[in-house]
Design a protein around this ligand. Structure first.
Ligand SMILES: [Ca+2]
Ligand SMILES: [Ca+2]
Length: 142
């Protein structure tokens, strides 16, 4: 039996305006002050993501990547609660439920232009956020 066209359309239509389950909300790419690569300065550089759903999302094996290919992969303890936000800082530190540390000794987010990519554990692109300005220190992705 053939499906009525309207039903078929409803089944195949993509929810184009729907927010991704996890969104990139901000890239703070030029940390405060002169960039001397101190751990404080590295941690002044960060990206934030937010769970837009009403369920916890297990971020294990999810990844955040820049334009060059530097990649941070979330570990087994990374779970983002409903509506919760998480900050990924570039430098070193001890992870908490709301802050993860990349553990790098060099910057990731270029001060003029770059692209942040968020991929799920299957490698699917969930969200991205690009910027192209050195006049601002951060980019609000929403
Ligand atoms: Ca700076
Ligand atoms: Ca970069």
């Amino acid at each position: 039996m053939l499906l009525p066209l309207t039903l078929l359309a409803a089944l195949t239509a993509a929810p184009s305006s729907a927010a991704p389950p996890v969104q990139l909300t901000k890239v703070y790419y030029d940390s405060p002050g002169v960039d001397r690569r101190s751990n404080t300065s590295l941690n002044g550089e960060y990206v934030t993501i937010r769970n837009t759903t009403r369920k916890p999302i297990d971020l294990e094996h999810w990844a955040i990547k820049d334009m060059t290919g530097y990649t941070y992969t979330f570990g087994p303890d990374a779970v983002l609660g409903p509506g919760k936000q998480l900050t990924l800082r570039t430098g070193q530190g001890s992870d908490t439920p709301s802050t993860a540390y990349w553990g790098r000794r060099a910057y990731v987010w270029n001060n003029d232009k770059d692209i942040a990519y968020l991929r799920d554990s299957d490698g699917r692109l969930i969200d991205s956020c690009s910027y192209n300005s050195s006049r601002a220190d951060y980019r609000n992705c929403l």
